[in-house]
Design a protein around this ligand. Structure first.
Ligand code: PAF
Length: 290
């Protein structure tokens, strides 16, 4: 596995591989890798010839009160996991390499970046899209793979690629869950055992909405009330639960393409999750003890 920290070196490696006719897939991450990230690597490998895993905790996408400083970082462990999964190139720049100075120009996410996660985390999606745009310019991939767990992020990346004509195919992979339903997230590392148990309320609420919908209920307000009943458990502070269209717009009637998006605090930790009603939580990937 090549390990690269410098931008020009990354670009040169990618260009050399493409010159040999190889299709390059990138998996952008902030490290602290778990099985969810590694499944993205598998998809990139299935759909291309070379896999670049980027690993960069992007300060631009954290608010001043957020967890940038304590975000879990473990390069040695991540390196081992990436090598085991046969990543071809680990791109792990430091902050000075990515941002010689704080960028004055940022990618504006537009109205889709103002709702849900964008409303809760002002500036977050401008930070995400700016770093993803930079990664696309540095790696020049043919394909980029994102997880559906960050539904709004994936939607915004697709929108950016379309609106700004990036020649990159975007693939969005199903959420990976532990067997009890908890969606994998690097932030799960913050949860103590009681909080870990309480966090199951998110996937339970998604299942409850899905069941009610499969039982014939299509009124989004009724479905949302059902989800909130399940989400409101001791130790969990709901932030939002909404039944919306695939582009996160309000719907009059829920259908198979509708998405249930959810955010809640479990103790101090903010978690998000979602399900596409027609696909269902059970159709996400389940893994043991990730
Ligand atoms: O999903 C993430 O880990 C980050 O938002 C991303 C896409 C790597 C950008 O920093």
């Amino acid at each position: 596995m090549h390990e690269i920290t410098k931008l020009p070196e990354m670009r040169a490696w990618s260009r050399a591989e493409r010159a040999k006719g190889r299709r390059i897939g990138v998996v952008p991450t902030m490290g602290s890798l778990h099985e969810g990230h590694l499944r993205l690597v598998d998809r990139a490998r299935d759909r291309g010839d070379r896999v670049v895993l980027s690993l960069f905790v992007n300060p631009l996408q954290f608010g001043p009160q957020e967890d940038f400083a304590r975000y879990p970082r473990n390069l040695a462990r991540d390196r081992g996991l990436a090598a085991q999964r046969e990543v071809d190139c680990l791109f792990a720049p430091d902050t000075a390499a990515m941002y010689a100075a704080e960028p004055l120009v940022r990618v504006s996410p537009g109205p889709l970046g103002e709702t849900f996660e964008g409303a809760a985390r002002p500036g977050h999606f401008a930070g995400v899209l700016t770093v993803v745009a930079k990664l696309f310019h540095i790696v020049e991939p043919d394909l980029a793979v994102f997880g559906r767990k960050d539904y709004q992020q994936a939607l915004l990346v697709r929108q950016m690629v379309q609106d700004l004509d990036f020649p990159v195919e975007i693939d969005v992979a199903p959420t990976v869950r532990e067997l009890d339903g908890l969606a994998l997230s690097s932030r799960n590392a913050y949860l103590d055992p009681d909080q870990r148990r309480a966090a199951l309320a998110l996937s339970r609420a998604l299942r409850a909405v899905e069941q009610a919908w499969r039982g014939g209920e299509a009124n989004p307000a009724v479905l949302e009330r059902r989800g909130l009943e399940v989400l409101k458990t001791p130790g969990v502070t709901p932030e939002y639960l909404a039944v919306v269209s695939e582009t996160l717009q309000p719907v009059k009637q829920a259908d198979a393409r509708s998405v249930v998006v959810i955010a809640a605090r479990v103790g101090p930790t903010r978690l998000i999750d979602n399900v596409v009603l027609g696909e269902g939580v059970a159709n996400d990937v389940s893994v043991r003890g990730a």
